[in-house]
Every structure is written in structure tokens, then in C-alpha cells.
Design a protein around this ligand. Structure first.
Ligand SMILES: [Zn+2]
Ligand SMILES: [Zn+2]
Length: 880
């Protein structure tokens, strides 16, 4: 052998080198190949503003394990990568950047601003995909996409026009979530709720006819400037006679009606609510039903609009104070009550969201949601773990129309055009548009689409849609989507209904949901807590293989996991173990030609380990097909660490040293060692791609990569059930002997005779025929296998195993006279210590004066001496 593994495992030295080799060799590339079955994963596109965090690391490790496994199984395995333009996040970054130059978006104008964003993208947008490479991701980078590249943009326009023509996209005056800081609308999913301390202000509005007051409570008194009604429940007897009357709105002194609507909860408060259609989504609906005017009292940055002397120009919180004062002065405020309530905040900046009526574009959801629900109900797409289908149904069954327009510049511009002359609207894929009615040049809608509008099309836009490409036909629908439970609403449901609507088929067979990576105390990793762990730092210190293994160890689908540094170290130790074992095997092969032995030349231990790896391969395949990545890993881990390294290599190494004396045995051992190592490396490869590549290519000079090696399938000819049983029995015996020796503190250098007694001839045969397996492992000086226990010395120590008892003469384990002497001395010492202790504890002065802790310590000492004394007595007795 000419190549040799480096003396020490050093991931730093090899990971980048190996990745470059893979990428240059085109091993990641998936082709349309009709002789193979396709297996497709689309990578959830990280934001171009993104920096690799543990969530990405987990998500990508899982995808890479699955795609490497499928590639080895012979599928045309495509893992399609890309990035998302992340409209609001990216725009915010560039706004921040130009602010440092004293510029605003408006100073630059739309075109120049967008140029700056593209520049930013060129400089920083590729950072995240470089970082994904460090993880070992075997994505087909030749197919890398971007949500705003030409093809994806074409798909977005196609979908918009298509849905508009089907009347599934419409423009409407609706109440939407508005961020007064970001100055854009937000979809429901972009609003985060938090509990805030607040108040109920109890107000009194006087009847127009002077017949008294009606009382109600509000959490937002400043919006009363825009009240256009007061409402009660139609079934509420208390207010029956009041419906139809008018009240006078305090401060503004406008006349507003008392209306009856079922939305009002009779049990809550006084059973009366004020209706402010412009500033509350429920009130907006009530307003639509009763044809109430919509009076907007807030500007887009949440200040009181013109026309309210004393209030105009005040920020919404200042206005609240001023309105309360004014209400008090009019005698319209009768009580203030503390009240905690849920407040929606902007997911980007944390500002309290303001419901706002504006003209926006919407996707009508009802018709699209139904088949998406059906696709999961009928099993076309299934969730792993299954119970996440409940979350999915919940979102879809309660979905509201999706507000898709955003008042941002970075993103897909809405392909709608307006004629300022005649008011005509045209929706088209063209860049410019002339009015179909009057021929005037039309003005394009200045807004852009919600980022999720383009990522909703990701599973097919990336494969070439709307063109009917070969890729699309071959790789769609995709096989599995791997994603976190936190974006089922944002992303999964939108890809589902989009795929069904535009492709006629759900985009995935399986949606594999994973949890969050939390810190070692179970907290979410966050900037504010400063408890985030940078995956790149871990890679730098321990290697990507160790990080990947850590992320998958013990990981069950759907569950959150905790990240422990001690586990990273354990993973690195495992890599070291694999490295050292491989090096050891290769050193023993030096200068030897290993040939495949005849079946008859294999020893029982060879057949056992072949049979074991065969079983492990079959089990792992079953687990991986069910996406039980953590369970599959534990199987190959246990096999390599325990059965292969700690048992088989120990058993076989002696034979490899006897190349001259018994060449057939040495050859069989070496062949088995290398064969099993090769198979184990293949099973480990999806998890630890780098180290397995390095060892495999060193071990097999004729091989360029392990990536394309065939995944080990169950082989009938390696199924040796009898040998498995025999070796398991021998392992139990060896473990029994080792336990005895550990208990008695016998050093490994002290060999002892074993007398194995069994009435069962088969068991005797196992121990007789396989002495070479345990002669060294059980530290034997001599072995005797027999049917009865006559002649076994009385003082022999024994260990019981299934079907047999193994005896070891005591004098073989310890030097009896010397041991007696030592134990006698020890007994004398303990007697003295116990006397001293007894004296102290019976001294009342000590008990009453000494610190409590001292007394307790002394009592503990006494207990310890007593227990040591019992041991010594016991052992002396056994020595006779
Ligand atoms: Zn905001
Ligand atoms: Zn026109």
C-alpha cells in the first residue's frame, strides 16, 4: 500500500480539500436519467442576509444525510440549493447602510436604491452558501437558484397573472396589519403577539335626546376619535330599546348610532362596545355589515391626522394621554381598570402593529386551501412526525385572505398597472403597459410582493416552471421537504397550495419536521441572551463531521434538542476512534496482499462480525427509510465502537500477526477487517462524510470517492445466525471474567486459568472450538472445558453465564499469603480508626460544640470505615 493515513485525525487539514475535490468532480450533480429513480429535495432557501446558525446547521445536516444515503442507493438524487431575497430584511440592511452616508431611500430614488441592494447582494449574499459548504452539504450547486433570478421572477409573474385572471388575486380595501416603523403592511404570520400591561378605560357616551348615558370600556381610548357607532348584541334585553337611538361622541361631538350586531359579547363588560372600523379588524367587519363610515384618524407613522385640534400631529401614545384628559374634562371617563392584553408587534422591529385600512393586493384563500387540506387527508403528502398534520389543518382551516403587497422596493414588483386618466387596471407580465381603454402609458404599482410569494413556488420554479422542462417532469413532485415546525404556516402550506394549483400535484411526498436547537439549559439561542453557538467556530475547532454527528445524536423528528459541548467532544472522540482503528488495520496490511478467503477459511469470529454488520446495514436502511436519522446513527456508532473496535479488532489482531505461521488465518482476518471497515465507512458516510472519504480512499487505492459507493444492502450469504449466537455467548463469558477481575483488582498482567463447566455438549463445543477468541480477552493462562465441576478448587471464584459456569482458582488471581497479610494490616488500621471515631462521637462536648457540618462529616467517616471493615472481613474469610 502506498498511501497512508496521517498519524493524527485532523479535520482542518482535510475537510476543505475533500470538499473542493467533490465539487470539482461533479459528484453533487444530479442528471435526468430514466434508468434511475429520482429523489429530490429542495433546500429551504436561506435569506441572503443570513449567517449560518445552528438551525441551518441542523436543517442542512439532515438533508445532506438523506440525499447522500439516497445517492448511494442508486437514485438520481437531487438536492437543489438556493437563496431567498428576503425583501424586508435585506431592504432594512441597505437602508441602514445608506443612512451612514446620510441618505434615505427617497434621496436615491427607486432605481439607484435597487442598484445598491444588488451591490449589497453581490458582496454579502453569497456568504451563507459558502458557509453551507463548510457543513459538507452535497447540494447540486450547478443548479443554484435565487428567488429573484430571471426564472423565479418569470414564475412569480406567471402565477400572479394566472391567479388574477382566475379572480383568486384581487385588490381591495381591507384592514391589514401595519408597522408604523417599517411603513409596510404585514401578513398575519409576520405579527408576533406579546402580553402587555394596559388598562380598560370606561367611557360614557350621552344620548342625543338627553336621556342619560351608555357605558362601555376600551383599551385604546385615542381611537374613539374615529368611532362611527356603538354596538350591542341583538339578543341583549337590557339594550333592546336603545338600538336605533343616537349618542353624541364626546370630544368630537359627532352623532353616531347604537347598532345591534352578534359580534358583541353580552357577557363581557357592560355588553356595549364602541365601533371604530378604521382601527380594529373586527370593527371593520361590523362596519361592512352595517355600512358604517370608515374614519381614519392615524397617519401611516401612527400620528393623529389633520382636523382634530389639540390632537393632530400627536403620536398615538401622546394622543392617548391627551384624549383621556379631554374625556375627563367632559365627564365622559368614569373608571380606569388595570388589564393585561395581547398586543401584536412587528416581527422585524418589535413596534406595536397598527391595524390600518388600505388598498392592498390579496390572495383569496378559501378555494386554494381546500385541496391543500385534502392532499394531506388523502395521504398524497404525509408529515413526519404525523401529528404535525394537526398544526397544518389548523392553519389552513382558519386561514384569512393573504395580503401579499408590501410597501417596499426590494422584491418582485407587482405586475399591475393603473391608468391615471381613466382608472383602468391591467395585470400583465410585460414591463410596460398602455391603457387598453384610452391608450395612455400606465403607471406600475409601486409595491412589491411578500417574500413568501416567491418562496411558495420554490419546488417548481427552481425546476424551470412555467416552461415544461425535462427537470420538472423528472424531479417533481419532490420526495421530502425538511424544515422546522416554526414555518409550517409561513412556508409549507403556501408551497402546498401553490404546487397543487399550478402543477396539479402536491410538491412533496413527505414533510419531515424537525425542532429547534436550544442551548444546554433548554433556552432558545438568541442574540439578546448571547447564548448562541456559532457552528463555524465548532467546525473550526472540532470539524464538520463532529458537528454533524452531534446534531443528529439522539435527535428524533419534531423534537427540540439541546446542544451540549460535551457531546461535540464525544463526537470528535468517536472520529478519533474510527481514525485510529483504520490506521491500525492499514498498518497490519502493509506489504501484504489480501485475497478473498473461501467460506471454509473464515473463523467463527469473522462470520460473526460479517453477520453483525449485515444486520446493522439492514436495520439502518429501515430506520433511514422512516427518517429516523438519530436511531440509525446510534446503530452504526455502537457497531463501530463496541463490536468492531472493542471486540473484533481485539480478537483478530493476534491472527494478523501470525502471517508466517498461519497465512490462511491471517488472510481471513485481514480480509474481514478491511471488508467490514469498508462497509462500516459506507454506513457512516452520510453522517460523517469527510473522515469516511479520507479513510475509504486511502484504504481502497482504486476508488476515487465513497460518495458514489453502493449503500450496503442485506446479503443472504453473510447471514450467520449460529456464529452470532456462539460469539455472543463467548462475549458474555469474557465480560463475566473481567467483572470478577475488576472487583478483585487483578492487574491484566496476571493471567489465570479458566475452568468452563457446562452439562450442555453444544455449549462445551462452542468454548472448545473458539479458544482463540477468548484466550487473550479473558487473560487466560490455561483453559479447561468440562461437563462437571468435580476437581474445581473450593476457593475458586465463579461467574455464571447462560448454560455454563466459569471458575477461576483464587490462587491464580491473588497471592493468598501476601493478600492475607495485607488485609490483616488493613483490619488493624480500621479498628483504630473506628475506636477514634467512636470516642469522638460519644463525647458530648464535641457533639454540642462542634459545627454541625463537622459532626456530620465524622458520622460519614464512621459509616465508611464500617463498610470497609465488612469488606475486609469478607475477603479474609474467603481466603480461609
Ligand atoms: Zn416594523
Ligand atoms: Zn386609460
Amino acid at each position: 500500500m502506498s498511501k497512508e493515513l496521517a498519524k493524527n485525525y485532523d479535520p482542518k487539514d482535510m475537510e476543505d480539500r475533500i470538499y473542493e475535490k467533490w465539487e470539482n468532480s461533479g459528484y453533487f450533480r444530479a442528471e435526468v436519467d430514466r434508468s434511475k429513480k429520482p429523489f429530490t429535495i429542495v433546500m429551504p432557501p436561506p435569506n441572503i442576509t443570513g449567517q449560518l446558525h445552528m438551525g441551518h446547521a441542523l436543517d442542512n445536516t439532515m438533508q445532506d444525510i438523506i440525499i447522500r444515503y439516497k445517492r448511494m442507493q442508486g437514485y438520481s438524487a437531487l438536492w437543489l440549493p438556493g437563496t431567498d431575497h428576503a425583501s424586508i430584511a435585506t431592504e432594512a440592511k441597505v437602508v441602514e447602510q445608506i443612512a451612514k452616508e446620510g441618505l434615505t431611500k427617497d434621496d436615491l430614488g427607486r432605481e439607484k436604491f435597487l442598484d445598491r441592494v444588488w451591490d449589497w447582494k453581490k458582496e454579502y449574499g453569497g456568504r451563507i452558501v459558502k458557509q453551507l459548504r463548510k457543513m459538507g452539504s452535497s447540494a447540486d450547486w450547478s443548479r443554484e437558484r435565487f428567488t429573484m433570478d430571471e426564472g423565479c421572477s418569470e414564475a412569480v409573474k406567471e402565477v400572479f397573472v394566472n391567479l388574477y385572471n382566475k379572480k383568486l388575486i384581487y385588490r381591495g380595501e381591507r384592514i391589514i396589519n401595519w408597522c408604523p416603523h417599517c411603513l409596510t403592511s404585514l401578513s398575519d404570520a409576520e405579527v408576533e403577539y406579546e402580553e402587555q400591561a394596559g388598562h380598560f378605560w370606561h367611557l360614557r357616551y350621552p344620548f342625543e335626546d338627553g336621556s342619560g348615558f351608555i357605558e362601555m370600556a376600551t383599551t385604546r381610548p385615542e381611537t374613539m376619535l374615529g368611532d362611527t357607532a356603538v354596538a350591542v348584541n341583538p339578543a341583549d334585553d337590557r339594550y333592546k330599546d336603545l338600538v336605533g337611538k343616537n349618542v353624541i361622541l364626546p370630544i368630537v361631538h359627532r352623532k353616531i348610532p347604537v347598532i345591534a350586531d352578534e359580534y358583541v359579547d353580552m357577557e363581557f363588560g357592560t355588553g356595549v362596545v364602541k365601533i371604530t372600523p378604521a382601527h380594529d379588524p373586527n370593527d371593520f367587519e361590523v362596519g361592512l355589515r352595517h355600512n358604517l363610515p370608515v374614519i381614519n384618524v392615524l397617519t401611516e407613522d401612527a400620528k393623529i391626522v389633520e382636523g382634530y385640534p389639540g390632537f393632530s400631529g400627536l403620536d398615538r401614545y401622546e394622543a392617548r394621554e391627551a384624549v383621556i384628559e379631554a374625556l375627563k374634562a367632559e365627564g365622559a371617563l368614569c373608571e380606569i381598570e388595570d388589564h393585561a392584553h395581547n398586543v401584536g408587534t412587528c416581527y422585524r422591529c418589535g413596534t406595536t402593529v397598527e391595524p390600518r385600512v388600505s388598498k392592498q393586493w390579496f390572495v383569496a384563500m378559501e378555494q386554494l386551501a381546500k385541496p391543500a387540506i385534502e392532499a394531506v387527508k388523502n395521504g398524497e403528502t404525509k408529515f413526519v412526525p404525523e401529528h404535525f398534520d394537526k398544526t397544518y389543518y389548523h392553519w389552513l382551516e382558519n386561514i384569512r385572505d393573504w395580503c401579499i403587497s408590501r410597501q417596499l422596493w426590494w422584491g418582485h414588483r407587482i405586475p399591475a398597472f393603473y391608468c391615471d386618466d381613466c382608472g383602468e387596471i391591467a395585470v400583465t407580465k410585460e414591463k410596460t403597459c398602455k391603457c387598453p381603454k384610452c391608450g395612455k402609458e400606465m403607471r406600475q404599482d409601486p409595491d412589491t410582493l411578500d417574500t413568501w410569494f416567491s418562496s411558495a413556488l420554490w419546488p417548481f420554479s427552481t425546476l424551470g416552471w412555467p416552461d415544461k422542462t425535462e427537470d420538472l417532469e423528472y424531479f417533481y413532485p419532490t420526495s421530502v421537504l425538511v424544515t422546522g415546525y416554526d414555518i409550517i404556516f409561513f412556508w409549507v402550506i403556501r408551497m402546498m397550495f401553490s404546487g397543487i394549483e399550478h402543477m396539479g400535484k402536491a410538491p412533496f411526498n413527505t414533510v419531515l419536521i424537525h425542532g429547534l436547537v436550544r442551548d444546554d439549559q433548554g433556552r432558545k439561542m438568541s442574540k439578546s441572551l448571547g447564548n448562541g453557538i456559532d457552528p463555524l467556530e465548532i467546525i473550526d475547532k472540532y470539524g464538520a463531521d463532529a458537528l454533524r454527528m452531534t446534531l443528529v445524536t439522539g435527535n428524533a423528528p419534531g423534537n427540540d434538542m439541546r446542544f451540549y459541548m460535551s457531546r461535540v467532544e464525544a463526537s470528535r472522540n468517536f472520529a478519533n476512534k474510527v481514525w485510529n482503528a483504520s490506521r491500525f488495520i492499514m498498518m497490519n496490511m502493509d506489504g501484504v496482499e489480501v485475497t478473498e478467503p473461501a467460506l471454509s477459511e473464515l473463523h467463527a469470529s469473522d462470520r460473526w462480525i460479517l453477520s453483525r454488520i449485515n444486520r446493522v446495514a439492514a436495520d439502518m436502511t429501515e430506520n433511514l427509510d422512516k427518517y429516523e436519522l438519530g436511531i440509525a446513527l446510534s446503530k452504526v456508532y455502537d457497531f463501530i465502537w463496541d463490536e468492531f473496535c472493542d471486540w473484533y479488532i481485539e480478537i483478530a489482531k493476534v491472527r494478523t500477526w501470525k502471517k508466517e505461521e498461519d497465512p490462511a488465518s491471517a488472510n481471513a482476518a485481514l480480509w474481514t477487517l478491511t471488508t467490514v471497515l469498508n462497509e462500516a465507512l459506507k454506513l457512516l458516510h452520510p453522517y460523517m462524510p469527510f473522515i469516511t472519504e479520507e479513510i475509504y480512499c486511502t484504504l481502497n487505492e482504486d476508488k476515487d470517492t465513497i460518495m458514489l459507493a453502493e449503500w450496503p444492502a442485506f446479503k443472504k450469504e453473510w447471514d450467520f445466525a449460529e456464529d452470532e449466537k456462539s460469539v455472543e455467548l463467548i462475549k458474555e463469558m469474557v465480560t463475566g471474567v473481567r467483572n470478577v477481575r475488576t472487583q478483585m483488582d487483578v492487574p491484566p498482567s496476571r493471567k489465570a486459568k479458566l475452568i468452563i463447566v457446562s452439562e450442555n455438549a453444544d455449549v462445551r463445543k462452542i468454548f472448545d472450538d473458539n479458544r482463540e477468541i477468548y484466550v487473550n480477552l479473558a487473560y487466560t493462562s490455561d483453559i479447561e472445558v468440562r461437563a462437571d465441576k468435580s476437581d474445581v478448587p473450593d476457593d475458586a471464584v465463579s461467574a455464571v453465564i447462560p448454560g455454563a459456569v466459569v471458575y477461576i482458582p483464587l490462587s491464580d488471581l491473588v497471592d493468598i499469603e501476601k493478600e492475607k497479610e495485607r488485609l490483616t494490616k488493613e483490619r488493624e488500621r480500621l479498628v483504630k480508626e473506628l475506636e477514634r471515631s467512636e470516642k469522638m462521637l460519644s463525647n458530648e462536648k464535641f457533639i454540642s460544640k462542634a459545627p454541625e457540618e463537622k459532626v456530620r462529616e465524622e458520622k460519614e467517616k464512621q459509616e465508611k470505615y464500617k463498610s470497609l471493615m465488612a469488606d475486609v472481613e469478607e475477603r479474609l474469610k474467603s481466603l480461609g
